[in-house]
Write a protein that binds this ligand. Structure first.
Ligand code: AMP
Ligand code: ZN
Length: 477
């Protein structure tokens, strides 16, 4: 099969010789697949918008982070020296509200949630970012940026003490999300803050309010708006122009549009060469989102899966579809991903893999690479691995088994010991069946039986949580 970009003259990446890459990425800015040519040959700087740490991440968030994990791994496989930056948003209205609700300090909440996020990422097997800047530690750079924007006439102080970005002063506003400014303005309610000159102007610095965290500044005490943090952190960590910037689909507008306005407004240089956005994970017809209330946290799902297989299984499920296609979430689909993954491991258990360097000329490897180079086309890449698995089963060739393991490894799969993986850490009990039996026993007032079942499950490492309405949930200890 033809590679994604045959080495023709028109492809600048392909001209660099055999070791050079032919990776093509769909750039949200141009809505086209483009050859990925980093600013500095051999290196790539990547910035991904990270979580707002007020609650556990849900599996939708996990999808986006798994997608960029895949991107980072594949860029590294392609020989690039990648600097991967993913921020943590630790100042925000939702954080303040949640801390207040819980009666704990803001820092206590954000520290705890950030630690839980790191734990979830580790369970999912995501590579840690090289730098993980937190917004509250970059207030200085944010203020410098805002002052710079003010000096260029792109920021102004409103009557209420807030500082705004003047969208009218930035010519390219709307270019990423391709929105028409007049339509956007018409869509804004008339009751916009009177302090703004234009309804689309957005806040860079919010004047301090009693009971809220604030920092002193030349604009008066206050705290940053959401968007400015990413411009400041990306600029500080990766420079004025970065190679690749990613996030979930919903971040295109207004967040990324505003990042462009701030960064390009200040530097006069292109902010991002390639923009990537991961499509949503949906539940039914709706995107999974906290505001819709239809979320499963990543840790709840992981707790319900086999402790040995679960992380890789969930990540495999999240990456089986193409990152620009929406993905439905459901227990059967998750189970199906587990079955497929176990199929790969079974082949590796039956035919112990030899340690091999990947021969990219080998037909399966070539197909895998061409698919990955074609905007990270995981469905096609995994199809190549399926064929290779069939070939391993048929030929019983340790070299081919080694190739399967090595190719899977380029995107973070199939590296566990097959025997241990397949054995799993699963309990040999029918947990759901026993839970149902216990509910029935309690209804029949047979508390001795109900307690015996609880004890049996407890001994097997399963904790029960009785919920209102007679419903019981379980998790692993
Ligand atoms: P947040 O903590 O809400 O800022 O979200 C963190 C990341 O997850 C952002 O890149 C979001 O775009 C992304 N995200 C939120 N919901 C979903 C979803 N249902 N599917 C995929 N990505 C999502
Ligand atoms: Zn961001």
């Amino acid at each position: 099969p033809a590679p994604a970009c045959p080495p023709r003259r028109s492809c600048p990446a392909a001209r660099r010789g055999p070791a050079a890459m032919t990776l093509h990425i769909h750039n949200t800015l141009t809505r086209r697949k483009e050859a990925f040519v980093p600013l500095v040959p051999g290196k790539a700087g990547i910035y991904v918008c990270g979580p707002t740490v007020y609650d556990f991440i849900h599996v939708g968030n996990a999808r986006t982070f798994a997608v960029f994990d895949l991107v980072v791994r594949w860029l590294r496989t392609s020989g690039l020296e990648v600097t991967y930056v993913r921020n943590i948003t630790d100042v925000d209205d939702k954080i303040m509200d949640r801390a207040r609700e819980r009666g704990i300090g803001i820092e206590e909440l954000t520290e705890r949630t950030a630690a839980a996020f790191a734990e979830d990422c580790a369970r999912l097997g995501l590579v840690p970012p090289d730098r993980e800047p937190r917004a509250t530690r970059y207030i200085g750079p944010m203020l410098d940026l805002i002052a710079h924007l003010e000096g260029k006439g792109l920021a102004y102080r409103g009557a209420t003490g807030d500082v705004y970005f003047a969208v009218r002063g930035f010519e390219g506003y709307g270019k990423l999300s391709r929105r028409n400014l007049d339509d956007l303005r018409a869509g804004e309610r008339v009751a916009v803050e009177a302090a703004k000159r234009d309804p689309l102007d957005f806040v860079l610095w919010k004047a301090a309010k009693p009971g809220e965290p604030s920092w002193p500044s030349v604009f008066g005490a206050g705290r940053p708006g959401w968007h400015i943090e990413c411009s400041a952190m990306a600029g500080r960590e990766l420079g004025e122009t970065i190679d690749l910037h990613g996030g979930g689909w919903d971040l295109q507008f207004p967040h990324h549009e505003n990042e462009i306005a701030q960064s390009e407004g200040a530097s006069g240089k292109p902010f991002v060469r390639y923009w990537m956005h991961a499509a949503f994970l949906n539940l039914g017809d709706e995107k999974m989102s906290k505001s819709l209330g239809n979320v499963f946290t990543a840790r709840d799902i992981l707790d319900r899966l086999d402790p040995v297989q679960g992380g890789e299984q969930l990540r495999f499920f999240l990456l089986r579809g193409h990152y620009r296609s929406e993905l439905g979430f459901g227990p059967e689909l998750l189970e199906e991903a587990g079955t497929t993954l176990r199929g790969f491991y079974t082949a590796l258990r039956e035919v112990p893999p030899a340690a091999v360097a990947i021969d990219w000329q080998e037909p399966h490897a070539a197909r895998f690479r061409a698919a990955m180079d074609d905007d990270f086309d995981t469905p096609v890449a995994l199809a190549a691995l399926h064929e290779l698995r069939a070939e391993v089963n048929r030929s019983r060739s340790p070299a081919l088994a080694g190739l399967l393991k090595a190719l899977g490894g380029t995107i973070g799969f199939l590296q566990a010991d097959p025997e241990a993986f397949l054995k799993g850490g699963a309990v040999s009990l029918d947990v759901d069946g026993l839970v149902a039996e216990r509910v029935a026993a309690k209804k029949a007032r047979d508390f001795a039986r109900a307690d015996a079942i609880r004890a049996e499950l407890d001994a097997a490492g399963i904790v029960l949580e009785d919920k209102p309405g007679g419903h019981t949930e379980w998790r692993r200890k």
